[in-house]
Design a protein around this ligand. Structure first.
Ligand code: NAG
Ligand code: NAG
Ligand code: NAG
Ligand code: NAG
Ligand code: NAG
Ligand code: NAG
Ligand code: NAG
Ligand code: NAG
Ligand code: NAG
Ligand code: NAG
Length: 355
């Protein structure tokens, strides 16, 4: 009698422990797809998909750093229009204002675009996808970066007495110069200076321009020295979550942002980490139920089965190909494929012979 009570109590304790374990292991920070739906969170703004951790409304984004403004079906990050947001590469592609500095013939400054300050407290300008670029023939373009109390300046200079040294179509260093973006550049300030207020070059180059631009999104043209009308150009921002390494982030389940079936990656360009679905899974890794198994059999581009209807989906991003009756082999177009069984060949041969 006593023993059986103890056994029952023991089972109860065990069940309780199980419940606790389950509760703890599911209490991760990443919200579910359903939770976002329940909050009526906007999934897109105009043509641009807004994936979590980004969101348009309060309670739909991870925190205020991931808030997007959706105005008249156009998304903005701060005052910068957004082209797209990717959770695969943890990138935010925005249209960034160009700095310009123009002079009249006698060297008096005309328009002066002072809105060249960029505040990115948590994210960094992609150092691999962008270049700092300055255009002009009496031009010193600088980008000053600041982090806590430290500041640093980089940039490039271009001087030319006339346009004969300037290559059309190439940012060669004369008329147009470029420099790399260092890692971890968040807040920054772009400024332009000239040596002689463009007085020596005014007839073909009255203005200087400077900007950070996605490589491949800007092609220099000689005509830009006279007139460059673009107001904004694309720039890639690297985003991440948290401000710790993966190792430290994982110890705090309450703030760990990666969902199920995903891995954590330390960020290379600044603090924090990014999440990626496991191989064979796809979806938004920042949602707890975002990473879903890929069924390779549903998409004929994803499997190499010779007979698409003989594809069998397997867990962990795998699948097996089968052969039709009377054939054998691995069924893969990049493998053995399917070969007719011996007796079938004989049948066919006999069949031919009889005919
Ligand atoms: C956001 O969530 C908090 C706490 O759950 C709640 O008090 C607040 O009303 C919510 N805001 C919106 C806009 O739903
Ligand atoms: C939305 O955009 C319009 C014009 O594009 C502008 O007048 C308005 O101030 C914007 N509203 C907000 C909240 O930014
Ligand atoms: C994002 O926008 C750029 C430029 O418009 C485009 O080249 C790229 O394919 C887009 N990426 C995604 C994931 O939509
Ligand atoms: C340039 O601007 C200055 C100041 O506005 C003015 O005094 C000067 O006459 C202008 N020069 C020319 C050539 O327009
Ligand atoms: C040259 O430009 C600077 C501002 O860029 C201005 O302060 C200075 O007065 C200009 N010099 C002349 C001679 O106009
Ligand atoms: C441009 O304007 C800003 C602020 O109005 C000023 O600090 C800066 O010196 C100006 N630059 C030039 C070249 O006039
Ligand atoms: C920044 O500078 C202030 C005063 O100059 C100093 O008190 C503070 O400790 C510095 N912070 C860092 C992170 O260096
Ligand atoms: C450029 O300047 C050089 C020397 O000042 C001159 O010989 C040449 O003709 C100029 N070329 C053009 C296209 O103005
Ligand atoms: C890291 O993030 C936490 C929570 O958002 C914040 O309290 C803390 O100050 C941050 N630490 C640094 C070094 O940014
Ligand atoms: C997928 O299955 C094939 C054969 O069934 C096996 O050779 C391969 O290692 C598997 N791949 C993974 C990632 O499990």
């Amino acid at each position: 009698m006593r023993e059986s009570t103890m056994a029952v109590q023991g089972m109860l304790v065990l069940q309780l422990m199980l419940v606790v374990v389950v509760l703890v292991s599911t209490a991760i920070a990443a919200p579910t797809t359903v939770a976002l739906k329940e909050h009526n969170c906007m999934q897109r703004c105009g043509n641009v998909i807004i994936p979590y951790p980004f969101g348009v409304e309060e309670n739909c984004s991870l925190d205020e750093h991931y808030l997007i403004t959706c105005n008249e079906s156009k998304p903005y990050y701060g005052n910068m229009p957004i082209l797209n947001i990717s959770y695969e590469d943890a990138e935010l592609r925005v249209m960034k204002l160009i700095a310009r500095d123009c002079y009249n013939q006698s060297g008096s400054p005309l328009s002066n675009n002072s809105d060249t300050k960029l505040t990115l407290p948590k994210f960094s300008i992609s150092n691999t996808k962008n270049k700092f670029t300055a255009v002009g023939c009496d031009t010193l373009g600088t980008i000053k970066v600041s982090r806590n109390n430290d500041s640093a300046t980089t940039g490039c200079t271009s001087r030319c007495s006339n346009s004969s040294y300037v290559d059309d179509g190439i940012c060669s260093g004369i008329g147009c110069c470029q420099s790399s973006i260092p890692r971890g550049v968040g807040n920054n300030y772009i400024s332009l200076d000239s040596y002689k207020n463009h007085t020596d070059v005014w007839d073909f180059n009255p203005c200087s321009y400077a900007f950070v631009v996605e490589e491949g999104a800007f092609t220099f043209s000689k005509s830009y020295l006279r007139d460059f009308n673009e107001e904004r150009l694309p720039m890639v921002i690297d985003w991440a979550v948290g401000n710790m390494t993966c190792q430290n982030a994982k110890t705090s389940k309450a703030s760990y942002a990666c969902g199920d079936n995903s891995d954590c990656y330390d960020r290379k360009n600044g603090l924090g980490y990014t999440c990626k679905c496991w191989n064979g899974y796809q979806g938004n890794p920042y949602l707890s139920d975002g990473c879903q198994e890929i069924n390779e059999c549903d998409d004929s581009n994803l499997n190499k089965c010779e007979h698409k209807n003989k594809c069998e989906n397997k867990p962990l991003g795998n699948y097996t190909c089968h052969c039709p009756k009377g054939y054998h082999g691995d069924g893969r177009s990049d493998g053995e494929g399917c070969t007719a069984n011996r007796f079938l060949i004989i049948q066919i041969v006999i069949g031919k012979y009889l005919c």
